[in-house]
Design a protein around this ligand. Structure first.
Ligand SMILES: [Zn+2]
Length: 350
């Protein structure tokens, strides 16, 4: 059995596919999910090799069945084998004239349009036993269309009204859709290839996927912080995690649009400022006796640490730098992650 080999580059095909990156997104802001020197195409090629037809444990079999009688006119039904043990359950997905492999492959793709087929190969065979495969491949536009010429495509369109429905041929479910929370436009990202937190709406700059994830994280944690029943979430912990998360993709608080935060909170920068205020090591510059976040005992505990004076100074600087950074609306960086991490570590130590 000769299997179709997946090539080292994405095959050229005579059809315009939906973008392999996504739609309505700021391409400059995107970060690859793979190694930094890879390209989007290289990541897709690696994935195709990982799930190449010969490695697929499962298959979906189609075969051609000649029509009989005086009206047959060299016509064949393309049949799908739904149940290997029951030929009566086979289904015709289309009719082709002669062994028109191009037409059969487009029918196979259209028949599975909208489905997730990773790990399943398609087989087009001479008969339902599959002893003589005509063509085998993986479910994706490149495999199904790589041997089809532009002339064949035009011929099938003109004579049979047969067109590959490539907008629904995302068989690996690479593309993820969401409406932007701010401008409500649809945003699509290839999340096999890109870190979805790095996605920014091309129209308004909101980060739709990250907004949703961080909002869910905050909803779960902030409610726990606000209760006094001995929960385990500390504001410093949530702050450090949030800043590391945002710094990972260079996000600004204003790029997060969170519409259903816990009571009283309206925006990401408000959440971050509140966490900073709630921290027991962050309010060292406010009058010591009135600040709810800081007590004299926190200061005295800090000073008792080895190097206490310097640590206290560093904590003051870090807290104030973070406060200013949040207020400035500029993107977080690794430096801010380090500061927030220091506040977390010190708060654990005292
Ligand atoms: Zn938007």
């Amino acid at each position: 059995m000769s299997l179709v080999q997946v090539r080292q580059a994405l095959p050229a095909i005579p059809v315009a596919l939906p973008s392999i990156h996504g739609e309505n997104i700021d391409l400059q802001a995107l970060q690859l999910s793979g190694k930094p020197y890879e390209t989007a195409e290289a990541i897709i090629i690696r994935y195709r090799n990982m799930f190449s037809p010969e490695k697929c444990r499962w298959f979906r079999r189609y075969y051609i069945k000649p029509h009989r009688g005086s009206f047959a006119q060299n016509r064949y039904s393309v049949r799908y084998v739904w149940n290997m043990n029951n030929a009566k359950a086979d289904r015709t997905i289309g009719v082709i004239v002669g062994e028109d492999v191009a037409a059969a492959q487009i029918l196979i793709g259209n028949e599975s349009a909208g489905r997730s087929m990773t790990g399943i190969r398609w087989e087009l065979c001479e008969d339902r036993d599959g002893e003589e495969p005509i063509a085998i491949g993986r479910f994706d536009p490149w495999s199904l269309l790589q041997d089809i010429s532009a002339a064949d495509l035009q011929r099938l369109k003109d004579t049979k009204d047969l067109v590959p429905d490539v907008t629904h041929w995302d068989f690996d479910s690479m593309l993820l859709n969401q409406n932007c929370q701010s401008c409500h436009r649809p945003v699509t990202i290839n999340y096999l290839v890109y870190n979805i937190d790095s996605v920014r709406c091309a129209h308004c700059g909101t980060r739709p996927f990250m907004s949703r994830s961080l909002e869910q994280y905050w909803r779960a944690r902030l409610q726990a912080v606000n209760t006094s029943d001995g929960h385990t979430y500390h504001p410093e912990e949530i702050l450090a995690h949030s800043i590391a998360w945002m710094a990972g993709v260079g996000s600004k608080p204003s790029e997060l649009m969170c519409n259903s935060l816990p009571a009283g909170l309206k925006s990401a920068d408000q959440v971050l400022q509140n966490l900073l205020k709630a921290s027991k090591v962050s309010n060292l510059d406010t009058p010591r006796t009135t600040s709810p976040g800081l007590t004299l005992s926190a200061v005295s505990k800090l000073q008792k640490l080895s190097g206490g004076m310097i640590i206290e100074k560093s904590v003051r600087s870090a807290a104030s730098a973070l406060q200013q950074q949040i207020a400035s609306g500029q993107p977080f960086t690794k430096v801010h992650t380090a500061m927030a991490e220091m506040l977390r570590a010190v708060s654990e130590a005292i």
